[in-house]
Ligand binder design. Structure first.
Ligand code: IPM
Ligand code: MG
Length: 361
């Protein structure tokens, strides 16, 4: 079977890491007898430079027509002073809305080989960190009505959610929990926000379908605290767009594995959008220094969620484990200056790390 993947290498280190992701997919294809075709399109700063638009219509059309979309990273200081509608981030929002990928799955996982990089004390972390944040991605305050009074003396942004918008995300939360440790925590601000109260009502109306899932609710301020106080209490967190944005950054940081974390954005039908959670790191772009493992692990999510290729996804994840077990590290996961010096030739760049994963597959 041939799978058509549209790539958005994007800005900064995006092209470096997407290149390695594609090589790894090719290796998996060779091993398991699939073929993948890759068609790059422009979005973000690269598209602004070439066309004046952060997300040209032709790029969005190509993404919607693909079997899956792999995105590296967009943005950088070069475009930071542009007005809102012309910022590279606009491409991300345009892709999410245009591809109707309403559920954003962000696993926050601590790799045991990198546990020394976890900023929390070992006794707080316990046996490890493995949390899945399911973030609503195409609604809420990100897409609500916003504006300013004519005299600029006030401004507003609006949080609005409909029952179906909530239900489809909470459903993914329940279903993900069923495949994991069967715990779902809906995070909200129901002591203040009417939208949060609706999230709770919708969740209550659905919980009967998932009797095995231990359901809880938590206010977002408390959740921010609990994530650093006792992260092991969480399995799956389902939450709104903005709360999910904030908590997923916090959760990724406490794993200490930020250069390793993947994400998937899914809709009902149509292609999923896959991207590493880290940014475009323009300072190290093109220097063969970026860690490609988050993108490589993102490719595993792509195989799993878009193509149902579980054995192939596991082959990638197993290969990454093997490379880490053998002690290979890129700079970002190499530890202190002393650790780094002790690594010798096991301290490698982007391409070599890609090679290692390819040969482990
Ligand atoms: C993310 C990012 C984006 C978001 C920005 C760049 C628009 O922070 O993917 O989490 O807020 O969703
Ligand atoms: Mg964010």
């Amino acid at each position: 079977m041939n799978y058509r993947i549209v790539t958005i290498p994007g800005d900064g280190i995006g092209p470096d890491i997407v290149h390695e992701g594609c090589r790894v997919l090719e290796a998996v294809g060779k091993k398991f007898g699939h073929s993948f075709s890759f068609s790059p399109v422009l979005a973000g700063g690269a598209a602004l430079d070439a066309t004046g638009e952060p997300l040209p219509q032709s790029s969005l059309d190509a993404c919607c027509a693909a079997d899956a979309v792999l995105l590296g990273a967009v943005g950088g200081p070069k475009w930071d002073t542009l007005p809102g509608a012309k910022r590279p981030e606009k491409a991300l929002l345009g892709l999410r809305a245009g591809m109707k990928v309403y559920a954003n799955l962000r696993p926050a996982l601590m790799f045991r080989q990198l546990s020394a990089a976890c900023p929390l004390k070992a006794e707080v972390v316990g046996s490890g960190l493995d949390i899945l944040i399911v973030r609503e991605l195409t609604g809420g305050i990100y897409f609500g009505d916003r504006g300013r009074s004519p005299d600029n003396s006030s401004a507003w942004d609006t949080e609005a959610y409909s029952v179906p918008e909530i239900a489809r995300v909470v459903k993914i939360g329940f279903e993900s929990a069923m495949k994991r440790k069967k715990r779902l925590c809906v995070v909200d601000k129901a002591n203040i926000l009417e939208t949060s109260r609706l999230w709770r009502e919708v969740t209550e109306s659905m919980k009967g379908d998932y009797p095995e899932v231990a359901l809880s609710y938590m206010y977002v301020d408390n959740a921010a605290m609990q994530l650093v106080r006792n992260p092991a209490q969480f399995d799956v967190i389902a939450t709104s767009n903005m709360f999910g944005d904030i908590l997923s950054d916090e959760a990724s940081q406490i794993t200490g594995s930020i250069g390793m974390l993947a994400s998937a954005s899914l809709g009902d039908s149509g292609p999923g959008l896959y991207e590493p959670i880290h940014g475009s790191a323009p300072d190290i772009a093109g220097k063969d220094l970026a860690n490609p493992l988050a993108t490589i692990l993102t490719c595993a999510m792509l195989l799993r969620y878009s193509f149902g290729l579980e054995a192939e996804a596991k082959a990638i994840e197993g290969a990454v484990e093997k490379v880490l077990d053998a002690g290979w590290r890129t700079g970002d996961i190499a530890g202190s200056a002393a650790d780094r010096a002790a690594l010798g030739d096991k301290l490698v760049g982007t391409k070599k790390m890609g090679d290692l994963v390819v040969s482990a597959i």
